[in-house]
Design a protein around this ligand. Structure first.
Ligand code: 0O2
Length: 220
């Protein structure tokens, strides 16, 4: 490797490092919220959390697609999903609870929000996407770093994972009949989410009534 290439590689690694640190910061925040919420409310709204830093290859593909100059400053300004966190919740209402808890933190700035739950994509894709900015304190400077947070239910995640696999299996040219079936499957997943949400509400009501007067249940 030539010296010039070595320097480029070092620059790239340092550039990507800030996204890794941003994910670490966000993961700490999400874990604290999860533990404290569970303690107070006696249930855990988060099923699981995954994260990734976009690979240099995917970043460069996006640079090309968006016709950007491949410089760190330009990439940082225009590509906001280099650091990505996916939070999978039990119920649809939990998604907005998590969103609000993140939004209210002093060091988090909400840059944009796309609600594909209220307005699903034509193929049926549902998820809440937030672009957040958080400060990362490095050895010689503070960087505000973007993190894309996708929040969805287990059913939305199940559908999106399979759809993603099918999409790439067919090299992004999915046969029409499969697309129609996938959209129908997204609707089925949505109905399941609605049913689960209803059950969740009913259970909360029963629990609240019982907590008001536990003896009433025993007819004492
Ligand atoms: P990966 O590998 O998940 O990162 P952008 O290109 O990000 O500037 P865009 O396309 O408007 O702008 O972003 P949007 O709509 O917020 O969606 C970006 C991400 O959402 C995707 O990332 C997917 O993770 C997810 N997503 C969006 N639409 C779909 C869909 O129809 N099906 C599935 N399975 N996932 C979807 P990437 O970059 O495509 O890939």
């Amino acid at each position: 490797m030539t010296d010039a290439l070595k320097i480029k590689k070092q620059e790239l690694m340092r550039f990507l490092m800030q996204y890794k640190f941003a994910i670490n910061e966000m993961m700490t925040k999400v874990n604290i919220l999860k533990q404290e919420f569970t303690y107070i409310n006696d249930y855990n709204p988060i099923e699981h959390v995954t994260h990734r830093v976009k690979s240099p290859k995917s970043i460069l593909m996006k640079v090309e697609k968006k016709d950007l100059k491949p410089s760190p400053a330009v990439i940082k300004e225009h590509i906001h999903d280099i650091a990505g966190i996916r939070i999978t919740c039990s119920f649809e209402s939990d998604i907005y609870i998590i969103r609000d808890m993140l939004k209210q933190q002093d060091d988090i700035t909400l840059l944009s929000e796309k609600d594909y739950i209220q307005s699903p994509k034509p193929n049926g894709y549902r998820s809440l996407h937030l672009i957040l900015s958080i400060p990362i304190f490095m050895s010689d400077r503070t960087e505000n770093v973007c993190v894309e947070v996708q929040i969805r239910t287990i059913a939305m995640d199940f559908w999106a994972s399979l759809e993603h696999k099918i999409y790439y299996k067919f090299n992004k040219q999915v046969p029409k009949h499969l697309n129609i079936e996938l959209t129908e499957a997204a609707e089925a997943a949505h109905k399941l989410d609605q049913k689960m949400e209803k059950l969740h509400r009913e259970m909360a009501e029963i629990k609240a009534e019982y907590e008001e007067d536990p003896l009433e249940e025993l007819n004492l």
